[in-house]
Design a protein around this ligand. Structure first.
Ligand code: ADP
Length: 210
């Protein structure tokens, strides 16, 4: 089984949803820089304060802020990893490589731009356990309540239409160059993200060989 994995794809493309399923099946940690940054904001740390303005504007937090937290998180990790939302720039990928981390596969979950806005604007997340729902495609059993932990569901501040459009532009400009970066290293695997969650999961399982 390939256990050192990067999940890549547009915002709202399903990286987080797939990571939640994969971490159970593979018994490897799900490391989401978005979740780490949101936790830092909530806790009011220096990092959180610095990251805030970028997140609400749909821009990337500067590389030097995220590289450090990921390198530290991975340094003591022996089980493998599912990186969700990192790396997002060539400089971040270089930093990961320079830290000596071996990557077995980069899974690119592809979703056409025109579907992204609806997918994100209908999204509702649980700040307590990180579960993600969608008003029309994956509604919670009880309105506004997390199926997994009973927490109150929220709409993330950066999940509104204007910010989503900026996040997509940021993705095209800064993250898409990583497709070439990882395909030239023979690590890139494309899966169709415009499909049911279980079908995407099945495709990823094949790629990761389990
Ligand atoms: P999504 O992939 O749906 O856009 P994330 O939770 O991964 O959502 O990211 C939310 C925001 O957090 C991003 O728009 C960005 O501001 C910040 N962020 C997350 N990961 C990174 C990263 N690797 N580098 C820079 N900024 C990041």
């Amino acid at each position: 089984m390939k256990k050192r994995v990067i999940l890549m794809g547009p915002p709202g493309g399903g990286k987080g949803t797939q990571a939640s399923l994969l971490k159970e099946a593979m018994e490897v940690p799900h490391i989401s820089t978005g979740d780490m940054l949101r936790a830092a904001r909530k806790a009011g740390t220096e990092l959180g304060k610095k990251a805030d303005a970028y997140i609400v504007a749909g821009q990337l937090v500067p590389d030097e802020l995220v590289n450090g937290i990921v390198a530290e998180r991975l340094s003591s990790e022996t089980r493998g990893f599912l990186l969700d939302g990192y790396p997002r720039t060539v400089a971040q990928a270089d930093s990961l490589e320079a830290s000596g981390q071996v990557v077995d596969a980069v899974v690119l979950i592809e979703v056409p731009d025109e579907l992204i806005v609806d997918r994100i604007v209908g999204r509702r997340s649980c700040p307590k356990c990180g579960s993600v729902f969608h008003l029309s495609t994956l509604p919670p059993k009880v309105d506004g309540v997390c199926d997994a932990c009973g927490g109150e569901l929220i709409q993330r501040g950066d999940d509104c239409e204007d910010v989503v459009k900026q996040r997509l532009t940021t993705y095209h400009d800064q993250t898409q160059p990583l497709i070439e970066y990882y395909s030239s290293r023979g690590l890139l695997y494309r899966v169709n993200g415009n499909n049911e969650v279980s079908a995407v999961f099945a495709e990823i399982r094949k790629v990761l060989e389990f």
